[in-house]
Design a protein around this ligand. Sequence first.
Ligand code: NAD
Ligand code: TYD
Length: 345
Amino acid sequence: MEDSFLFNMKTILVTGGAGFIGSNFINYILKNRDDYFIINLDKLTYAGNLENLKESETNKNYIFVKGDITNNELVNFLFGKYKIKYVINFAAESHVDRSILGAEVFYRTNVIGTNVLLEAARRFNIEKFLQISTDEVYGSLGPTGLFTETTPLSPNSPYSSSKAAADMMAMAYHHTYGLPVVITRCSNNYGPYQFPEKLIPLMIINALNNKKLPIYGDGMNVRDWIYVIDHNKAVELVFEKGKVGEVYNVGASNEMPNLQIVKLILKHLNKNEDLIEFVKDRPGHDRRYAIDSSKIQNQLGWKPEFTFESAIEHTINWYLENKSWWERILTGDYLKYYSEQYSNR
Ligand code: NAD
Ligand code: TYD
């Protein structure tokens, strides 16, 4: 690759780009911009799936590297080789239930991995480090009120505590070393390519297979849902215009109890509510999340473009039309894609 080619581009290390939000981000960005050169560093854990990136894999502004963000040597090599100027850190262990079953890998990837990236970013003097965080770092709300950027961090699960630790570390690097860090904290995403362990895809797929839909507790836990493209447009905007040292909450003001979402999915698929099964609650289950996103709206001009009604319908239809994508996940076949695709390269 010519140095002059990279010189004219924004060379961005995107981590975790084979996951749900990261792959939607890369596909969206490569369709809409020609000034970004993306190096996608992903370990391809169970949640990473290169099939999500089929439409991008031959793009000249895109390179995939299979690797772990905790691998100091590899990360430093990539910074040097590609003259990386920017980092967008999506890579994480992301599922709360898995963090309850085994927390260690969450701290390794989400905390140590972020530290490796921050250290390399410091060494190579990069221009911006965007840490993709979550509203879950704020803990749980009562029946009223919203999370703002000044709400104290009060994470309750191993997952959210590892994300909060990463946020605090990233800000400490800003304050101590002047590293140009910015953080986004988004609410629950939904959309195409979401791994079927999370509420919405799990319920769609179980319903299609006439399997029981397991609802934790009384089903009245509230999440604030946002379509993944709205999130990614906010990421793009914060990447371009976000003020260094700042946090931006991202959410679409769409609070819903889990039971309501599950009923809506069943209705859309013409399935009977008898499929619903109330099961034992998740330990430490946060009751309610709700985001105040007025800062990013007022300061950067972002606003959500998709209504829940249209985007959830689009999402359900996507799972209906892409049965082979999730069937290959359920059988584990998608894991073979990498070796087949890359064995001759
Ligand atoms: P995901 O689990 O679908 O994808 C995570 C990706 O990171 C996978 O491709 C995986 O292979 C990769 N990865 C994991 N460990 C790695 C490591 N050590 N090195 C390199 N790559 C590694 O997650 P997602 O839902 O796309 O979430 C992406 C980011 O957004 C996460 O940081 C998450 O905390 C944050 N977030 C998610 C949501 C949501 O609703 N899903 C909401 C707010 C914030
Ligand atoms: P999830 O998609 O795991 O996201 P998070 O826990 O990060 O918000 O869960 C969303 C909500 O759905 C949460 O309140 C837990 C609940 N839930 C169920 O009731 N049953 C399930 O099988 C799953 C996966 C989640």
